[in-house]
Write a protein that binds this ligand. Structure first.
Ligand code: SF4
Ligand code: SF4
Length: 411
């Protein structure tokens, strides 16, 4: 993240090779090359240099990058060596630089894994479940499944101790197979998993309604919660439920969809065109180009202001919803808007969210209380020499509330 024009932290997601990809997953919302990328269009060195220099000049100690595609590994190792070298060149002293990379996993090699480990990249690997499910839709240009290639790639990551998580698209082929998916992930020791619903629109088609391959009812019935909860002792991380638990423990969700405002982020096309979100990539929402405009100019554009105003403009059912503090109205891209964008329907997945929240609520409360007690005790022992905090001091559970307004009653 970088403290942009007005001291805001701005993270960057860069589509490293535009739509180029070596796979042809049938549900892809971005790439159109059918798994035959041809000549790779990667970010040009001069553009990378210009941007890195300007961005780092405005950092306030943290710089966060996500490298996406298409398939970003097609840019080549030399490209990423240039990235980390420019980051080091332009970052002010003591800047914490984070890099994450989203890959289909099939091009990972021993050499890649050694590099990713050296520079502490966090790697997201796309995998849709066991072989039969994964190979039905994540295929190459010849229609052959990519499962074996992905697992081989993960093997390289493991050998080098690279941090990675699994990104699973939930579609018609796996939405009713939560137990099978999670059983497989547990067997493979995939401890960090994220689910995203399969889109039925391309991210460039912002004028098309945000509809998905699965219905809200199907998504609401995706029975992952009970397995994650594991009788009150979760033994794997599923991002959606971790986020929920965070809110029950008085933290803000980290998933943008369930925060009160969209985070400050620049999504950059390979040619430097800048957009406010991965789901808002078209001319109407173009902020400018990072090769031409400064970060300050991009972030102060009226288009950016309009984008940021969408999420908090909640429809009436959200404003009075009992789950508002967990959901925050979901994603503006999933709401059907009126022509002047002054009002909208609730998020396409509203019914799913309500169902999951109601199903999980009681057990989330129990688990949150247990985790808070454990955290409280740990912090009291570690930082307060075994004494509880004063009633007006911050609570030792880490909620940042005063002790008297937090755990005092229950301790
Ligand atoms: S529009 Fe949706 S996906 Fe984009 S930043 Fe906002 S909540 Fe996240
Ligand atoms: S659950 Fe539905 S009504 Fe409630 S805040 Fe979320 S989208 Fe709005």
């Amino acid at each position: 993240m970088c403290a942009g024009a007005s001291g805001r932290h701005v993270s960057v997601m860069w589509k490293t090779v535009s739509e180029d990809c070596n796979l042809a997953c049938d549900y892809c919302y971005y790439s159109t090359c059918g798994g035959k990328p041809g000549k790779i269009n990667r970010i040009e060195s001069s553009l990378l240099d210009t941007f890195m220099k300007g961005y780092m000049r405005q950092t306030s100690g943290v710089a966060a990058f996500t490298w996406q595609g298409g398939e970003p590994l097609l840019a080549g190792l030399d490209f990423f060596e240039e990235v980390v070298s420019l980051q080091a060149k332009y970052a002010p002293p003591h800047t914490v630089i984070s890099n994450s990379l989203q890959t289909n996993g099939t091009l990972l090699t021993d050499k890649w894994a050694a590099f990713l480990k050296s520079y502490n990249f966090l790697v997201g690997v796309s995998l849709d479940g066991p072989q039969e499910i994964h190979d039905a839709r994540r295929v190459d240009a010849l229609g052959q499944g990519s499962f074996n290639g992905v697992l081989k790639g993960i093997g390289h990551l493991r050998q080098h101790g690279v941090d990675f998580n699994i990104l699973t698209v939930i579609h018609k082929g796996n939405v009713n197979k939560a137990a099978e998916l999670l059983d497989f992930y547990k067997r493979e020791n995939f401890d960090y998993v994220q689910f995203i619903p399969c889109m039925d629109f391309r991210s460039q088609e912002t004028d098309r309604p945000g509809v998905y391959e699965i219905t809200p009812e199907e998504y609401g019935e995706f029975e992952a919660f009970d397995i994650w909860y594991n009788n009150g002792s979760p033994d794997m991380s599923i991002r959606f439920f971790d986020n929920m638990m965070g809110v029950y423990m008085n933290a803000e969700a980290e998933l943008c969809i369930h925060r009160s405002v969209c985070p400050d982020m620049l999504v950059l096309e390979q040619n430097g065109d800048a957009f406010p979100c991965d789901f808002f990539i078209n001319e109407e929402w173009k902020l400018g180009n990072v090769g031409v405009q400064s970060l300050k100019e991009l972030l102060s554009s009226p288009v950016y202001r309009e984008f940021k105003s969408l999420k908090p403009r909640l429809p009436e059912p959200c404003r009075t919803c009992e789950w508002k503090s967990l959901c925050h109205g979901g994603c503006p891209r999933n709401r059907a808007w009126s022509d002047n964008r002054m009002s909208s329907d609730p998020d396409y997945f509203c019914a799913s969210y309500k169902k999951i929240y109601a199903h999980a609520d009681e057990r989330m409360k129990l688990l949150a209380a247990k985790l808070r007690r454990e955290q409280f005790k740990k912090n009291v022992d570690r930082y307060l020499k075994g004494h509880a905090p004063g009633r007006n001091e911050p609570c030792a559970c880490g909620s940042s509330k005063k002790y008297k307004h937090c755990c005092m009653e229950s301790m």
